[in-house]
Design a protein around this ligand. Structure first.
Ligand code: HEM
Ligand SMILES: [Cu+2]
Length: 558
């Protein structure tokens, strides 16, 4: 490589318009995914406020019972299919190419199509709430026979539109997964062997492999559900020789691995950020990377733990209880590796670091209740109660959403080119951490006391913990305000960011902020060592000093 040819000068900004068009640049698509996902997060969050507003009193006195069924169905579906998966696809689009030194995704047009399906199925899903005959009402699982009753008898009905939207989201995710997996396997920088690849890319590869393996089951199962609902077939109709429990197998064969599709990239975020803010290498890098694929393997053979009360055979319960508990081992390897990284480190409590620490704390708590739920006798006792609702909100909000916030605060300077405000960031963290624990912790004693989920009125003995949970939820609702204020004001007029404001090690930090359209262009650096070499004094790539000096010159002259 000739020393003279440094990374090309960044092209001038092309304005906000590019975020509203059919653009094939992964960095634009990444931001389109993230902004769209947070739009739906606000809708899902508003529905959660209505749910908690209803549950602050034992009587059903805020919304009609049928509407309440529609609200929690939409809340769960929107939060998972329109917020969590799209926001993670957004992070994948921003981080995978820049972390491995690729100019873009392997299939840029397919990438754009996969994104534009999101607003389309999002519109369809939300419209399903308002059609005559009422919204989908049988929860985010939509188990038959309840979901195929079609009480209003309309051909076009809320449940049918819900199923179609979920099937379309499967198509969008499969398109995304093909792109992410191909890009990671085929487009890494010279010298970046697998055991020199950032852990975020390992976890993305693992998560997207699960998407490719599991999604066909969900999509196929959903299409059969739609046929039973619309054309009267009997895949799941017992009276027609079908089996409603078959749908549960199709649904959970995907939807349990789906929780790893969510949490694996968040594990990747923890593994990227803890070394930066501890100034220490990642403890046990190889084991952390490989544990991601042990989670993939085990994650595909645990789904029946969602069906312990569904009349499955006892041998099956025992088998899936054991496989579910085994998942604690690779997960534990990661948790201890993060503790080993933090231990004795020079901790910098920036906003991204605080969200990671809060997320790790909540994840360990959620993991413990997960083991309790894996135990057949306990699960039979608390299945369909608030103990389960508390458990998965600790994982999804307590760990995953907090990890996602950490990632946004950490990589915002890289892709927007401006710094978010630390004061607002820390306020956001504080309100989120307190709000989430106040909201979701009381759900556990409520479940142990026997409070069922999916009810809008309840026995007055459950009032105290419900009031605490609702106040926590409202605090969580408020917590999003400093976040939105921070993101908008920093995006418009935040202090300019340098190429490496956190002094982090990684290929993305050897690019200008924001990176040019094709990242390194022709001049992809050669990787010569493992990531996370904090305190080891070893460069990550050849000619690293020259590359960094060039970036500093550019920033000085800008
Ligand atoms: C402000 C934050 C949130 C609050 C207050 C909240 C509250 C609730 C409550 C009370 C329920 C139970 C409703 C019932 O059974 O009657 C529920 C269900 C659910 N929530 Fe949340 N939630 C929040 C955030 C999230 C997030 C971020 C996700 C996912 C990313 C999520 C996913 C779900 C799912 C999948 C269900 C199950 C819906 C069903 O039963 O079909 N929630 N939520
Ligand atoms: Cu599960």
């Amino acid at each position: 490589m000739t020393i003279a040819t440094f990374p090309p000068e960044p092209k001038p900004e092309q304005g906000w318009g590019r975020y509203f068009g059919f653009c094939t640049d992964a960095k634009v698509i990444g931001i389109q995914y993230i902004v769209t996902a947070f739009f739906f997060f606000l809708i899902g969050g508003l529905l959660a406020m209505v749910i908690r507003g209803e549950l602050i009193t034992p009587q059903s006195d805020l919304v009609d019972r049928a509407v309440y069924n529609g609200i929690y169905t939409m809340h769960g579906t929107i939060m998972l299919f329109l917020f969590t998966f799209p926001v993670l696809n957004g992070l994948n689009n921003l981080l995978i190419p820049t972390m491995i030194g690729a100019p873009d995704m392997a299939f840029p047009r397919l990438n754009a199509v996969a994104f534009w399906l999101v607003p389309i199925f999002g519109f369809l899903l939300i419209a399903s709430f308002f059609v005559p005959g009422g919204p989908a009402y049988s929860g985010w699982w939509s188990y038959p026979p309840v979901s195929i009753q079609n009480p209003a008898g309309n051909l076009i009905n809320g449940q049918g539109m819900w199923i179609t939207a979920v099937a379309l989201s499967g198509v969008s995710s499969i398109m995304g997964a093909i792109n992410f997996v191909t890009t990671i396997l085929r487009m890494r920088a010279p010298g970046m062997t697998f055991f020199r690849m950032p852990v975020f890319c390992w976890t993305a590869l693992a998560a997207q492999s699960l998407q490719l393996i599991g999604l066909p089951a969900l999509t196929g199962g959903a299409i059969m559900l739609l046929m039973d609902l619309t054309f009267g077939t009997s895949f799941y109709r017992a009276e027609g020789g079908g089996d409603p429990v078959l749908y549960q197998h199709f649904f959970w064969f995907y939807s349990h691995p789906a929780v790893y599709v969510i949490i694996l990239p968040v594990f990747g975020i923890f593994s990227e950020l803890f070394p930066v803010y501890s100034r220490k290498p990642l403890f046990g890098y190889v084991y952390v990377a490989l544990a991601s694929f042990i989670i993939v393997g085990l994650g595909l053979i645990v789904w029946v733990h969602h069906m312990f009360p569904s009349g499955v055979a006892q041998w099956m319960r025992n088998l899936f209880m054991v496989t579910t508990m085994l998942i604690a081992v690779p997960t534990g390897v990661k948790v201890f590796a993060w503790l080993g990284t933090l231990w004795g480190g020079k901790l910098r409590l920036t906003t991204p670091m605080l969200f990671c620490l809060g997320g790790l704390f909540n994840f360990v708590f959620a993991g413990i209740t997960g083991i309790m739920l894996a135990t057949v006798p306990v699960d039979i006792h608390v299945s369909n109660t608030y103990f389960v609702v508390g458990h998965f909100h600790y994982v999804i909000y307590g760990a995953a959403v907090m990890g996602i916030f950490a990632a946004i605060y950490h990589w915002f300077p890289k892709f927007i080119g401006r710094m978010p405000y630390e004061g607002l960031g820390k306020l956001h963290f504080l309100l989120t951490f307190i709000g989430a624990n106040l909201n979701f912790l009381p759900m556990h004693p409520l479940g142990l006391m026997g409070m069922p989920r999916r009810v809008s009125s309840y026995d007055p003995e459950f009032t105290f913990w419900n009031v605490v949970a609702s106040l926590g939820a409202f605090l969580l609702g408020v917590s999003i305000i400093p976040f939105l204020l921070n993101m908008l004001s920093a995006w418009i007029r935040g202090p300019k960011a340098t190429h490496n404001p956190w002094n982090a090690i990684g290929l993305e930090w050897l690019l200008p902020s924001p990176p040019p359209e094709d990242n390194f262009g022709e001049d992809v650096p050669t990787v010569i060592s493992r990531p996370y070499g904090y305190g080891l004094g070893k460069p990550l790539v050849e000619h690293q000093d020259e590359i960094e000096r060039k970036l500093e010159l550019q920033e000085a002259s800008a």
